[in-house]
Design a protein around this ligand. Structure first.
Ligand code: NAD
Ligand code: DAU
Length: 354
């Protein structure tokens, strides 16, 4: 079996659902269930004996050691993290704690477990660390896309904490020989995306008749990848990746934020027209920019294609249509995640933006 951390969050739950649908190997899912963790994402696995959920922190060494000893996983996929840039600006401490300190404790527990394995299990074992393109910093308009050798220049408390975790993972390979793999992926979108992030926020606000808040001039560029493609890339790296290597994952889909918001509005106009017949675009407003806002990310995903044969399946056009249809068909999920805590976050993040 494998151990997945953070498997009740956006990407982790998509990964666990796909994993259980595609093979017979069991998954232990360790998740702290922060505001971003949601067991409703895993509701279809309720009676599946191959999914074992454990509520807990990756930094809880006794718990992690017990899980490892009991289940003896052959691999770990580490999704657990604080993941939202705006939250890291309002309160960086949780990011330092989970993304750095708890990741360190996880590595220590895994190292002790790995050292005690027999030779065959030891050489087959993998620790795959899921990271982000944001560790590379910001690109100018005509710069080449981020390759795996691009230097680290993180600009937010979130990306700095992810960069630190990448360095720890690297050091555990270099110093102790822990068999690690690291992936650095671009912006994901798709089902179960928490509506604090751009695409789901725009969908749920549009449908609720609320403003669609675009930061600054809306010309910041992100490279979008459908979440199921990210999950297939992780499975591919886990199966075929070379130990100690880094693989960048991206969708070759660079888009300006304002274009994304226009695309979302256009699809909603088609799939769920407003009662007054006007476009959702009327709800777009420009608000105060994110401090330290990175201007452009772009991933050069040639290495994973060349060496491991992975390519995304979805184009942005097919993926965004599926995503919007998912939100239209899952309004109950949307209502449930918009709890009191969610409303408090929206108030905090947007009230001060003019
Ligand atoms: P998310 O915020 O939706 O989910 C994170 C999950 O981790 C939640 O279920 C949360 O409860 C859990 N968690 C948080 N702290 C924990 C702890 N200390 N112990 C155990 N569980 C804990 O995040 P996501 O968008 O699904 O991102 C998953 C991973 O992928 C993160 O490491 C993130 O940096 C990385 N990533 C995200 C994107 C993206 O576009 N969302 C892109 C590239 C990389
Ligand atoms: O690049 C990968 C990263 O993508 C991941 O590592 C992060 O975990 C993930 O959250 C995401 O980070 P971003 O900051 O790029 O995503 P977010 O959805 O928060 O914002 C996308 C862009 O949209 C960014 O330029 C800020 C802008 N934005 C965002 C929100 C929430 C707005 O214009 N308005 C908004 O209300």
């Amino acid at each position: 079996m494998i151990l997945v951390t953070g498997g009740a969050g956006f990407i982790g739950s998509n990964f666990v659902l796909d994993w259980c649908a595609q093979n017979n190997e069991a998954v232990i899912n360790l998740d702290k269930l922060t505001y971003a963790g949601n067991l409703e994402n895993l509701a279809t696995l309720k009676d599946n004996p191959r999914h074992i959920f454990t509520h807990g922190d990756i930094g809880d060494t006794p718990l992690v050691s017990k899980l490892l000893a009991e289940h003896r996983p052959r691999a770990i996929v580490n999704f657990a993290a604080e993941s939202h840039v705006d939250r890291s600006i309002h309160g960086p401490e949780d990011f330092i704690q989970t993304n750095i300190v708890s990741t360190f404790h996880l590595l220590e527990a895994v190292r002790a477990y790995w050292l005690a394995l027999d030779a065959a299990e030891k050489s087959a074992f993998r620790f795959l660390h899921v990271s982000t393109d944001e560790v590379y910093g910001s690109l100018a308009k005509n710069d080449p896309a981020f390759s795996e050798t691009h230097r680290y220049e993180p600009n937010s408390p979130y990306s700095a904490s992810k960069a630190a975790s990448d360095h720890l993972v690297r050091a555990y390979h270099h110093t102790y020989g822990l068999p690690v793999l690291t992936t650095n992926c671009s912006n994901n979108y798709g089902p179960y995306h928490f509506p604090e992030k751009l695409i789901p926020l725009m969908i749920v606000n549009a449908l609720a008749g609320k403003p669609l808040p675009v930061y600054g001039d809306g010309q910041q560029i992100r490279d979008w990848l459908y979440v199921k493609d990210h999950c297939s890339a992780i499975r591919c790296v886990l199966a075929k990746g070379k130990l100690g290597e880094v693989y960048n994952i991206g969708g070759w889909n660079e888009k300006a934020n304002l274009d994304i918001v226009h695309t979302v509005c256009g699809l909603l106009d088609e799939l769920q027209p407003r009662p007054n017949g006007k476009s959702y675009r009327e709800q777009i407003i420009f608000v105060t920019d994110r401090p330290g806002h990175d201007r452009r990310y772009a991933i050069d995903a040639r290495k994973i294609e060349r060496e491991l044969g992975w390519k995304p399946v979805e184009t942005f056009e097919t993926g965004i249509r599926k995503t919007i249809q998912w939100y239209l068909h899952n309004q109950q999920w949307v209502r449930h995640v918009q709890s009191g805590d969610y409303r408090k976050w929206v108030e905090k993040n947007y009230a001060e933006r003019v």
